[in-house]
Design a protein around this ligand. Structure first.
Ligand code: CA
Length: 387
């Protein structure tokens, strides 16, 4: 990585400007950079992560089963599919073996552990990759969610110190999803729930899904709300510009979904419910002032509105992770508005497997105490992991 890229990632557009924004700590941290660290090599090799006094627990790490990919292939062969799904997994028409990323996703054995070792990752919290089972009919989705959870538990039993996992559920069948949350939390030892945003264009602010929230709250299961392509009603302008995935569409999709859940009053009804969102909070921490401001003006067309300010739920019910955003200005900003206890480390393996980003995150201009929270203890607390 070039010195320019490293400086941009650590401080922002221009190092002095970024350092000024972050205050003295950033400038001091910049000066403390180990002078022996190579700026780049001929091969532009990533620096191996240093030994650190905290565990690195990565909290948004993807996997998939061969069975799910086979069902995706059947779906693709069955006729026209949602163009968002086509954009994400149309490549599977060429077979699972033809997709490098699909190969990485179904690998839960030694090759994945070796990637973790090379990146200095002690533990991955695994979740079924987007869109999970949410594209199927309710029966298929419920069956595949349970099968995936059983397979995930097998992998965790093989590597109990390296993996933990979140349960897949089928929101298409809210009662079935609630039962699966109970099974996952009481019998399987999973640590929460993964939901890959909309389910065939439907969002969880619709009360028909709230049985699922009730179960998550009752069994103390944090729900990781992970992106997928925007719902069918919003997709076209993104698709025509190539923005439907991680460059922008994913963040808009989850920011929209999260605010919809907040404003529907989900946290008023389920005050102990916890949501986790990735990618630095998908832009929401940065926008909170304006979101609160407009919330205070009240609903224009909606029949109801959350009782409190959106920022209050963000600070009490929602956690964010750093997945795909190894960028000090964004993450320290989120820590400053949400609190250091609410921001967790994630890599976004295998989609953004970038070893250098681990080092960049190690070098964030924050105290060792806050770094330990970021990488280790916040995840242990949110997902009830043994330290
Ligand atoms: Ca991800």
């Amino acid at each position: 990585m070039s010195t320019d890229r490293r400086s941009f990632i650590k401080h922002g557009l221009a190092a002095p400007f970024g350092a000024a924004l972050l205050g003295k700590t950033a400038a001091a941290a910049a000066q403390q950079r180990p002078s022996a660290a190579p700026a780049s090599t001929a091969q532009d090799r990533p620096r191996a992560p240093a030994k650190v006094p905290y565990k690195r627990i990565a909290t948004e790490e993807a996997w998939a089963s061969r069975e799910i990919f086979e069902e995706y292939r059947k779906l693709l062969a069955s006729g026209p599919v949602d163009p968002g799904f086509e954009a994400q997994w149309g490549s599977l028409r060429g077979g699972i073996e033809g997709s490098r990323i699909a190969g990485k996703l179904i690998e839960l054995g030694e090759p994945r552990i070796a990637d973790m070792d090379a990146a200095g990752i002690d533990m991955q919290i695994l979740s079924l990759t987007a869109p999970g089972v949410q594209v199927f009919d309710p029966q298929t989705a419920t069956r595949l969610a349970a099968l995936s959870n059983d397979q995930l538990v097998e992998a965790i039993r093989k590597y109990p110190t390296r993996y933990a996992g979140l349960a897949a559920v089928a929101p298409q069948d809210p009662s079935g999803a609630a039962k699966e949350i109970e099974r996952a939390m009481t019998r399987l030892g999973l640590k929460g729930v993964i939901i890959n945003s909309h389910t065939q264009g439907e969002y969880l602010d619709d009360q028909k899904f709230w049985e699922l929230f009730e179960a998550a709250e009752a069994f103390n299961a944090p729900i990781y709300l992970h992106p997928q392509t925007p719902g069918p009603g919003m997709l076209q302008p993104y698709l025509s510009r190539g923005f439907e995935r991680a460059i922008l569409g994913f963040a808009h999709e989850v920011a929209f979904h999260t605010l919809a859940i907040i404003e529907a009053g989900v946290f008023d009804r389920f005050p102990r419910l916890r949501l986790v969102i990735g990618h630095g909070g998908e832009g929401l921490p940065y926008m909170l002032y304006r979101i609160d401001y407009m919330h205070r003006r009240g609903p224009r067309t909606r029949p109801q509105f959350a009782k409190r300010l959106p920022s209050e739920y963000m600070r009490e019910n929602i956690y964010i992770t750093t997945s795909g955003l190894a960028w000090a200005p964004a993450i320290t900003m989120a820590q400053s508005v949400l609190g250091v206890d609410r921001v967790l480390y994630a890599m976004d393996y295998p989609y953004q497997y970038d070893i250098e980003e681990v080092t960049l995150t190690d070098e964030f201009p924050i105290s060792l105490e806050d770094k330990t929270k970021l990488f280790q203890t916040n995840a242990e607390q949110v997902f009830a992991l043994k330290s």
